[in-house]
Design a protein around this ligand. Structure first.
Ligand SMILES: [Zn+2]
Length: 428
């Protein structure tokens, strides 16, 4: 690429400083809190009006009947596309437009979009309305500077990432909108820091385990069989054998933070015996031996592991207890499984963003993998499109926090990276 072209892309973005701030503020001021999924249509219309002025054809897509969708809270998505001079490959920027609840501890208006010390504050500024704004500015400046580009640019603003993405990217992927015949490169501007390329995420297996007992009077526990004690035996096994085994597993996945660079297990919840009393009940509990105890496991696994093996090692623990512990019986219910995904470093979208980061920041990017999943799971699994990364301006640690913000210089830098990456991919 000629220096002058790179310089023109960078200068074009620097000239949009006020524009990127105003755009980010406009997005923050539409409080798309999820759950329940407020004002999705409004934010889609806001983005639509902007992109239509910039030469995009736009489409509103409602994920009718998907989880969370109702007439009160319809799951609206926007997909916008701008064709180049002649047909070629498509680069798609996907941002979720929903934000999590505000929570406490704010010193600024969470939906005010206040600008202070070079930062725009508000719920969703970092995760990820600042990323959406950066991709819009990047694509607009690219089309101005390189009007004869080949292929197409798509920008989507999608619902429900914070609650699994089933009314958003998963739905669009089911409709074939991320099939490799239609889209070749995907960049998700999630807040992963502007010098890092996120290649994917670890896998997830959620399961509920219930141990059974036999109810009896609490004063004569020997007449019953405590499901809680059976569960305690399982938890002791998990502590003494499973956790040490998980900690030893190493991975080629560059997960951040580094402590997540192994298999992990969280015991998400535990319930046993009689239910918690209703609010307002002031009496004592009744004396009973617990006939049921349940835990929910949240197991995050590595690309080196298979979902079958992840499940089997828990089954082995349970079967071991069944063989050794009188009266032990259990049920295992699978709740949710998402396989791990990691785009190869040699993939075209990775190379394009890698060299763009070098041109803008003067350094080699860090390659990372996310400890938790995000919408890449649907693009990879349902869409069958593997040439996908997350790259965006926000600082990961600020996501979902009070006084969340996005740095204006960070948005401009990442927009430059996105514009140069577009040029790398579509100016041939
Ligand atoms: Zn996000």
């Amino acid at each position: 690429m000629s220096d002058s072209l790179t310089d023109r892309l960078k200068a074009g973005i620097d000239a949009r400083r006020d524009d990127i701030v105003a755009l980010t503020q406009g997005l923050i001021r539409i409080p798309t809190v999820n759950p329940p999924g407020d004002r999705y249509r409004e934010i889609c219309e806001f983005v639509e009006a902007r992109l239509r002025r910039s030469g995009y054809t736009t489409e509103f897509v409602r994920a009718l009947g998907k989880p969370g969708d109702s007439d009160k809270h319809p799951r609206w998505n926007l997909v916008a596309r701008r064709e180049g001079r002649r047909p070629g490959e498509t680069v798609h920027f996907n941002s979720h437009h929903d934000v999590v609840e505000v929570g406490s501890g704010w010193t600024t208006d969470p939906f005010g979009g206040e600008v202070k010390d070079g930062k725009v504050y508000g719920r969703g500024s970092c995760d990820m309305k600042g990323g959406l704004a950066a991709s819009i500015i990047a694509a607009e400046v690219f089309a101005e500077v390189v009007p004869n580009y080949v292929g197409a640019v798509e920008i989507s603003a999608t619902a429900d990432e914070e609650t699994g993405g089933y009314g958003g990217v998963a739905y669009l992927a089911e409709q074939g909108r991320f099939s490799p015949e239609r889209v070749q490169h995907v960049i998700i501007p999630e807040p992963l820091n502007k010098n890092r390329i996120c290649l994917g995420h670890r896998g997830v297996w959620w399961a509920e385990i219930e141990t059974h007992g036999r109810i009896a009077h609490g004063s004569m526990p020997f007449l019953g069989d405590s499901a809680i004690r059976h569960m305690a035996a399982l938890l002791a096994e998990i502590e003494s054998s499973l956790y040490p085994a998980l900690a030893k597993r190493t991975t080629a996945m560059p997960v951040v933070p580094p402590l997540a660079r192994q298999s992990t297990l969280n015991i998400n919840s535990i319930h046993g015996g009689q239910p918690e009393p209703e609010a307002g009940y002031t009496g004592f509990p009744a004396p009973i031996v617990a006939h049921s105890a349940r835990i929910v496991l949240d197991r995050r696994y590595l690309i080196e592991e298979t979902p079958e093996a992840v499940r089997q090692e828990v089954v082995d623990l349970l079967e071991g207890l069944k063989a050794s512990r009188p009266g032990f019986s259990y049920e295992l219910r699978d709740l949710w499984t998402i396989p791990p995904t990691m785009t190869e470093r040699g993939a075209p979208v990775v190379r394009a963003v890698d060299s763009a980061i070098g041109e803008v920041l003067g350094l080699a990017p860090d390659y990372v993998v996310s400890p938790g999943t995000y919408d890449q799971k649907h693009i990879d699994r349902i869409g069958r499109l593997h040439n996908c990364i997350a790259y965006g301006p926000g600082i990961l640690d600020l996501a979902h926090q009070p006084d969340e913000y996005v740095g204006i210089d960070d948005m401009l830098d990442s927009a430059k990276v996105m514009a140069i990456a577009l040029n790398n991919l579509l100016n041939q």
